[in-house]
Design a protein around this ligand. Structure first.
Ligand code: S3P
Length: 436
């Protein structure tokens, strides 16, 4: 039986919390550490199922990885050409990042490998990475309708560099092409239609690889060796987002969130919430391991509806489930457009959120690329199906703070993919949540 969250209606939140490590950076610390020469030391690693799936994948390809032990991981790099064929299929679990970045990283290897995943991942589009990689000479087959499993064969000759204009704003597609570019002859480049998270570019540079960045274009010359380094993983702003909204909508709340990653390609949620009237202050902004971090203080504030500026959408793409909850508690109308990508995440986040909000009596209307929410009206409790999507489960847990009745949220096991301690941390801050 999978986990159900029971969440008491109302209450307030107080305290100082540290959210778990950034998921995107945790994945990349293993991937790049494995390809490096030397030993990479990681601290603050996210011990969530997604990042652990990446760790298991590299162990299966012959990489010695010690840990995780309280966020500490040691990766014994095997060098650019040191990976070995795994004994069987690689299970990416629920993790799209594992599957898409590995498809790029493995496209130029001298061995065959198959990547598969759970029932959610098996519904997600993989041709978006396979297609550009084939133009580099990669031999990749996807399953029915371009979905997993992804079967990669060794290419006939070395991969060839390409320039790729991304049709969608996707950091995973950009990263897959650039990682394949490490193994290609020539200079591989990508141009993105809107800025997306740039952790791959930053971290490759931290490993001593030259990545040229010119506006929306990033380029990498193949064959560059990676040198082991030390990585401090900041707190995940995507996990902090649940508390930013919770602290905004709960009455008389004040929360201090420590050491949150503030990479400008990730801070869309703070900008959107501030446009809605949120009281969020950035304190002690500093650099840690090449990434900007800060403490975020959030206090309750009356929110109002807005039209979310489309350029902020890719900078807050994982935060929309909880931003829809903010909108449900904001006076007036909130309109989200340009967010069709939400339909191909761990669930169809437009439909699943609209269904759940409507079940609570909230006026939420899904559109092909977003949602219209008329917020600020009382809503009741009820029973919600998270569809096994971690961020949907946590978003509805937050919504209970202003519901007039308790919530039951079903199918919450996957919260462990990105935020294993969510229930304990939220309960310590004052949310009336138990998992059963
Ligand atoms: C990620 C990129 C985003 C995001 C995902 C993590 C990454 O996906 O939704 O959670 O680490 O590169 P897309 O690139 O598909 O938008």
């Amino acid at each position: 039986m999978s986990t159900t969250f029971h969440v008491r209606a109302g209450g307030t939140l107080q305290g100082t919390l540290r959210v778990p490590g950034d998921k995107s950076i945790s994945h990349r610390s293993i991937m790049l550490g494995a390809l490096a020469d030397g030993v990479t030391e990681v601290s603050g690693f996210l011990e969530g199922e997604d990042a652990l799936a990446t760790m298991r994948a590299f162990r299966a390809m012959g990489v010695r990885i010690d840990g995780p032990d309280q966020g500490r991981v040691t990766v014994h790099g095997v060098g650019l050409h040191g990976l070995r064929a795994p004994a069987g299929m690689i299970d990416c679990g629920n993790s799209g990042t594992t599957m898409r970045l590995l498809t790029g990283l493995l496209a130029g290897q001298g061995f065959a490998v198959t990547l598969d995943g759970d029932s959610s991942l098996r519904k997600r589009p993989m041709e978006r990475v396979a297609k550009p990689l084939r133009t580099m000479g990669a031999v990749i087959e996807t399953g029915e309708q371009g979905r997993p499993p992804v079967r990669i064969q060794p290419p006939a000759g070395p991969l060839q560099a390409i320039h790729y204009d991304l049709p969608v704003a996707s950091a995973q597609v950009k990263s897959a092409v650039l990682l394949a570019g490490l193994f290609a002859e020539g200079v591989t480049s990508t141009t993105e239609p809107e800025p997306t998270r740039d952790h791959s570019e930053r971290m490759l540079q931290a490993f001593g690889v030259t990545v040229e960045r010119n506006g929306a274009t990033a380029s990498i010359r193949g064959g560059q060796a990676l040198k082991a380094t030390t990585i401090q993983v900041p707190g995940d702003i995507s996990s902090a987002a649940f508390f930013l909204v919770a602290g905004s909508i709960a009455r008389q709340a004040e929360l201090l969130l420590l050491d949150v990653g503030m990479n400008p390609t990730r801070t869309g949620v703070v900008e959107i919430l501030r446009l809605m009237g949120a009281d969020i202050t950035v304190e002690d902004a500093r650099l840690a391991g090449g990434e900007p971090i800060a403490n975020l203080r959030v206090r309750s504030a009356p929110l109002h509806g807005i039209e979310v500026p489309p350029h902020l959408v890719p900078l807050a793409i994982d935060e929309f489930p909880v931003l829809f909850v903010a909108a449900a508690n904001a006076a007036g109308r909130t309109v989200v457009t340009g967010a069709a990508e939400l339909r191909v995440k761990e669930s169809d986040r437009i439909q699943v959120m609209a269904d759940g909000l409507q079940a609570l009596g909230i006026a939420a209307t899904p559109t092909p690329d977003g949602m219209v929410i008329d917020g600020g009206q009382p809503y009741h409790g009820g029973s919600i199906d998270s569809h096994g999507d971690h961020r949907i489960a946590m978003a509805f847990a937050v919504s209970a703070l202003r519901a007039t009745g308790d919530l039951d949220i079903r199918d919450c096991d996957n919260v462990a993919t990105s935020f294993p301690d969510f229930v304990a941390l939220a309960a310590a801050a004052g949310l009336g949540i138990v998992a059963r």
